[in-house]
Ligand binder design. Structure first.
Ligand SMILES: Nc1nc2c(ncn2[C@@H]2O[C@H](COP(=O)(O)OP(=O)(O)O)[C@@H](O)[C@H]2O)c(=O)[nH]1
Ligand SMILES: [Mg+2]
Length: 428
């Protein structure tokens, strides 16, 4: 599953309420999320599941032709494959075969930024491997070395593997407990970034990354900035009225998430808990838009984030370019009646983006305090402290040797500034 290798996928009919085409779009979106180049995709009707190959013989042959013709390196099956099915298909197609859980694990692995996230993903990965060992017992079991003196007496390869995996799982669980206990400290240190964090959440394919790219386009990062990280999902953005924010793209929600992946998924959203503003990006042209909204809000609630009035969540109704006239008017009216007014945008065409940035600025202004300070020009340490810990909006070196600074910070930081530098005048 390496970058840019040609991919090809086949989907099962939806087992959930969601429409097959929507499931297929989602799976293609997931493949894109790990930079696979999808050359062909399609829905495979199933009359029953074949134990050996999951899909029927005719389909296996048809896809073999496709794989050969397209020189595809990977086939993604949007279903749960047994190890035997996976191996048989890999042999038949001479390509790597990845099932839904494997694909999602790969995405989570790439997006797990926090220590807890990385541990949760590894935990899920090992649990996945372990479950496959158990299920494939009869196929994989063999005596090690014929006499069993390398493992314990009579210990089989699979028992050894399972024992190793279980030991590793136990170590990860112990480490996870430790990380959770010190999580408060981690938060305190991450809060040191002086700019407000705006996190994008929403279903996969809702348009988070498109919006991220549109908002960060033409933004030049100065190399010495503390968060000028190589991480492609975090970017500094200067909003039109001068406020600088850190925009954070997150891993998307996925329908019917395999249960063993739920904890890993939540952990990859850890950063959202820290965010000053959360943009809930919704594809309002999607037939499952309402069900998706509830799923997202449920998980946010479990992370302690309320979607309602007074919360940090701003709804972004995306893909309005895809709506017909009547539907668009209906949504505009609906939005206008809502107290926390959603922003209607098209990340693709750029429509509505300035209103969105305006709303983000307004929201940040609500949660941040501006202080005007006058410092002794000789206080280099104090001035650099302010640069490190607060957002410096302006700085003027005055003739009398003092420095006038206007800074912005969250209320807690503002209290520290007041204590350190005397009472600054609050300007909003
Ligand atoms: N028509 C239309 N398509 C969009 C819009 N925003 C995103 N898309 C498309 O939706 C698909 C998923 O977008 P992406 O940003 O990758 O979604 P993510 O999974 O939420 O990051 C891509 O094919 C985008 O081109 C929009 O405003 N209008
Ligand atoms: Mg994305």
């Amino acid at each position: 599953m390496r970058d840019r290798s040609p991919g090809l996928r086949a989907a099962r009919p939806a087992q959930s309420q969601r429409a097959p085409q929507a499931k297929l779009d989602e799976a293609v979106g997931l493949a894109h999320a790990i930079d696979l180049d999808v050359v062909s995709s399609g829905i495979v009707p199933l009359s029953g599941i074949r134990p050996a190959t999951f899909i029927g013989k005719g389909k296996v042959e048809e896809i073999a032709g496709l794989v050969k013709g397209e020189e595809a390196g990977i086939v993604v099956m949007d279903c749960a494959l047994s190890p035997v099915q996976q191996r048989n298909l890999e042999k038949a197609w001479d390509a790597k075969v990845v099932d839904r859980t494997g694909l999602i694990l790969e995405i989570f692995g790439r997006r797990a930024h926090t220590k807890e996230g990385a541990l949760q993903v590894e935990h899920a990965h090992l649990t996945y491997q372990k479950s496959r060992l158990v299920r494939s017992w009869t196929h994989l079991e063999r005596q090690r070395g014929g006499f069993g003196f390398l493992g314990g007496p009579g210990e089989t390869q699979i028992e050894t593997d399972r024992r190793l995996i279980e030991e590793r799982i136990a170590r990860i669980e112990a480490e996870l407990n430790k990380v959770k206990r010190t999580r408060k400290l981690h938060r305190a240190s991450r809060k040191r970034v002086p700019y407000p964090i705006v996190a994008l959440v929403g279903y996969t394919n809702a348009g988070k990354s498109t919006l991220f790219n549109r908002m960060t386009r033409a933004q030049v990062l100065s190399a010495d900035m503390l968060f000028a990280t190589l991480d492609p999902t975090l970017r500094a953005v200067d909003l039109p009225h001068g406020a600088r924010i850190i925009l954070s793209d997150t891993v998307g929600f996925i329908s019917d998430l395999p249960t063993m992946l739920v904890a890993a998924f939540r952990a990859t959203l850890e950063e959202v808990i820290e965010a000053d503003v959360i943009l809930h990006v919704r594809d309002v042209s999607h037939e499952d838009a309402d069900a998706q909204q509830h799923d997202v809000e449920d998980v946010l609630r479990q992370l302690g984030i309320e979607a309602g009035e007074g919360g940090r969540v701003l709804e972004v109704w995306n893909k309005i370019d895809r709506l017909g006239e009547t539907e668009r008017t209906r949504l505009e009216n609906l939005a206008a009646r809502m107290e926390r007014r959603p922003l209607l945008v098209s990340a693709l065409t750029g429509e509505g983006i300035d209103k969105l940035t305006g709303a983000i600025e307004a929201r940040i202004a609500e949660s941040r305090v501006v202080l005007d300070l006058v410092l002794d020009g000789a206080d280099g340490a104090g001035i650099s402290w302010l640069h490190r810990h607060t957002e410096v909006l302006s700085r003027a070196d005055r003739a009398d040797g003092t420095v006038a600074m206007s800074i912005r910070a969250d209320p807690a930081k503002a209290a520290v500034v007041r204590a350190k530098f005397g009472t600054g005048k609050s300007a909003g």
